[in-house]
Ligand binder design. Sequence first.
Ligand code: UT7
Length: 333
Amino acid sequence: MKYSKIVGLGHHVPDTVITNQYLSNVMDTTDEWITERTGIKERRWINPETDTVANMAAKATRMALERAKLTAEDIDFIVFATITPDYFFPGSGVLLQRELGLDGRIGALDIRNACSGFIYALSVADQFIKTGMYKTILVVGAEIQSTALDITTRGRNTAVIFGDGAGAAIVQPSDNAGILSTHLHSDGKFAEELYVKDPGSSRPHAERQPEQILDTTSFKVVMNGNQVFKHAVVRFMEVINEALTTNKIDKSEINLLVPHQANLRISQYIQEKMGLSDEQVYNNIMKFGNTTAASIPIALSEAWGENKIKDGDIVCLAAFGSGFTWASALIKW
Ligand code: UT7
């Protein structure tokens, strides 16, 4: 066994479609501004009565299992990437385990690396598969960003971008194809450039009382969009090139680049810099917005479902986000 291979992919997004028109009715923004600056036309937001991070993840998992012709009983470990867990603790990994009816039988690990979370999670799964520790690992990226957005003009630079959803991948050992390498990076200097402050543990008791914090933005996503954008375009390129150099693969050999769906302008910038055709880069941000850790597995699942990924293809995943963290994975499908 040389590789960890993705043998099944699935995704789930909530039913409620939030259009740019809807947002322009509740804050000072326009469809033109959002489309031009981000490429997003609509996104999905949860119904808090029915949707949770864990139950969306379970729906994505069932789709991935079905496509892989496996059952939940085959899973022997869960790696769950999210920065929006259902509870402050425990993480959503154990909740997904419960949703799948696997209580008490397997381990569940939570990963909190924001937009890079799915690639970090895949990298962890890859190591467990390569050492022979586990044979069938469920890797999930799932997020509910909508409930932490400031849906007013004050929060318009984040409210228009983020969406909710879940994606899942099943990883197993393989002798002839799979993950060639993963590359993980971070720089905590920029932690507060994109973050949600509360419920943080490092403040005095009085400051953590709901009446102190509810009227502030401390429970909301705060982003210095410009700063994030500038770092993103540089780091995306670096980490993709790192993956290509490590594997002695030329950019022209990439069959499909699946970038984290942060902003269509970022994807287009990378595509242009790398000289890739439209067929070589997968984007679905137009429909789902930026779903943080869920964006890559949702995009991969859609691309696979549309027959855009075939056996033997070279697929490159890349992400950048809060932390800052950034990462890539090169896969021979
Ligand atoms: O996924 C993880 C990482 N996240 C990202 O990669 C996101 C990276 N950043 C971005 O995508 C972009 O920075 C944004 C789309 C968030 C913002 O676009 P921008 O071109 O960087 O705009 P800006 O923040 O520089 O703001 C330009 C103007 C400002 O007005 P003034 O000060 O020039 O009068 C903003 O107040 O646009 C204004 N603005 C808006 N106007 C209408 C900001 N958001 C909106 C909005 N509608 N939704």
